[in-house]
Design a protein around this ligand. Structure first.
Ligand SMILES: [Zn+2]
Length: 324
């Protein structure tokens, strides 16, 4: 009996010690949190490589170039009318990849950060692209004779072929519609070709032809028609797909506070006043907005932001304070 009592006492003592040494659950939790907190705060802090540099940025989460945040390309408006993720096709990857800001033609655009002009199309190149485009339109789309077996087969390959063009660029419903129109409705084809022959071989001509298609009650058709046609011509005659962008300027920024460089594209410009290799300063007017290239109405700036030279596209609204 004495042995039993002794064992019982020892047993209860062990239990008591163990239970008491175990802290309450909330104590454990708060201890764990207090151990983690300082580290996570440290992680969030952006290391400042040059602490002696004056003017700490207004918001450290935005890239800072030359001591300044990126500035709105159109100081007159911060409104984004077509966003980065807007769908532009059946595939999830077919997204806009840029922001559109609707503004009237001739609105001045500024360099969003200091950097260098790395690419632009000059007026001569642009005019040549336009005239080539019109010629291809005549030749490839309106020029072929549907009764001519060889030409018909050629056109079919261009539009429906499983190899070559169709393999590279999946044509959509709209191209099919175009094909049906051109092969079945000879009257419409003749009318369109007549219009095309009457317009000039420059951008005004292309616009006039677009207006013609729109006046026929095919506004959406017109937009898709022009896009596909341009892709087709890019494939056929190596007219660069940049024709789609119209006149444009690409600027590569100086490194930001983390050493990253950014490339910005200003597209559908009316005119620009900088050349390849030019140095531009943040806030400098580089040109004005327009409707060049295949731009849907209304006139807008198509603004692209990339990480590094020709790098991955990113959503500008995430990096521009105030852009919405
Ligand atoms: Zn756009």
């Amino acid at each position: 009996m004495k042995l039993i009592m002794e064992n019982w006492r020892r047993f209860t003592k062990i239990i008591k010690e163990n239970v008491e040494s175990e802290p309450p659950e909330e104590n454990l939790l708060s201890r764990a949190l207090s151990a983690v907190a300082p580290e996570s705060e440290q992680e969030q802090e952006i290391p400042d490589s040059e602490p002696e540099k004056p003017l700490p940025p207004a918001n450290k989460s935005f890239p800072i170039v030359d001591g300044r945040n990126f500035m709105n390309p159109l100081p007159s408006t911060s409104k984004v009318n077509a966003g980065f993720y807007q769908s532009r096709g059946p595939k999830p990857s077919d997204k806009h990849g840029a922001i559109d800001q609707n503004v009237s033609i001739g609105t001045p655009c500024v360099a969003v950060a200091s950097g260098v002009v790395v690419e632009s199309i000059n007026q001569v190149e642009y005019d040549k692209n336009c005239s080539d485009f019109i010629n291809i339109m005549k030749k490839e789309v309106f020029g072929f004779d549907p009764e001519n077996k060889k030409e018909k087969a050629h056109a079919a390959r261009l539009i429906f072929g499983t190899k070559g063009y169709a393999n590279r660029r999946k044509l959509t419903f709209w191209a099919t519609k175009l094909w049906i129109r051109l092969t079945r409705n000879q009257k419409w084809k003749a009318k369109a070709l007549e219009k095309l022959n009457s317009v000039s071989s420059d951008w005004n001509g292309i616009r006039k032809f677009q207006d013609f298609l729109t006046s026929q009650g095919h506004k959406n058709f017109c937009a898709m028609f022009m896009r596909h046609l341009l892709r087709l011509s890019a494939y056929k005659e190596r007219i660069h797909k940049r024709m789609m962008a119209g006149k444009y300027v690409n600027i590569l920024t100086d490194p930001d506070q983390r050493g990253r460089q950014w490339q910005f594209s200003y597209m559908h410009m009316d005119k620009y006043n900088v050349n390849n290799g030019d140095r531009v300063e943040a806030g400098q007017i580089i040109g004005s907005t327009g409707t060049t290239g295949i731009a849907d109405d209304p006139p807008h700036l198509h603004f692209v932001m990339r990480r590094g030279r020709n790098g991955r596209k990113v959503d500008p609204t995430k990096y521009f304070p105030g852009l919405r």
